[in-house]
Design a protein around this ligand. Sequence first.
Ligand SMILES: *[C@@H]1O[C@H](CO)[C@@H](O)[C@H](O)[C@H]1NC(C)=O
Length: 169
Amino acid sequence: MKILVLTLGLALVCGLQALDDNKGGDLLELSGVWYSIGLASDNESKIKGEGVYKMFVKNIKEDNGMLVGNFMKRENGKCVPFTLTGQVVDDVIIVQYDGMNKGYIKGKGRDYVIFVLYNYKNGKVTIWAELYGRTPDLTDEIKNLFVEICKEHGISKDQIVDLSKEDRC
Ligand SMILES: *[C@@H]1O[C@H](CO)[C@@H](O)[C@H](O)[C@H]1NC(C)=O
């Protein structure tokens, strides 16, 4: 019995490692059109109104191992386009935006991806998370998964906004 449990444990560990090894490849599957659907942060003022993280993804392209994302953001009521470039190092996406951000893919399916990001600025760490969909809205099941993943990272339900019904610029 003990041996069986050990074998199962090892199989699980190896399986998880295989998943991990695949992440580099996963990052390159991020290309194409996306819609911002969920946005969350442990600092709510950054996701509400014209908060710094209140942005809408349009598309992502892969360029020479870098991820290039096109976004829209409201500034003084006007929609402004901007571009962010992410450097992919192992399974981390490093993006300079309002400080330095380390992004991790914490969930992924055929029609969605969930990022959890750690922002480092002036010695402060802010956690934020994004749910992107291939379609302008996603099922409640995926939205609930986003809530769960946020919770695991210390972001509570009232620190999450649903962008699916918002004007995305
Ligand atoms: C939350 O974000 C606002 C706006 O960026 C900032 O002024 C404030 O210091 C932040 N609060 C904490 C606790 O980091």
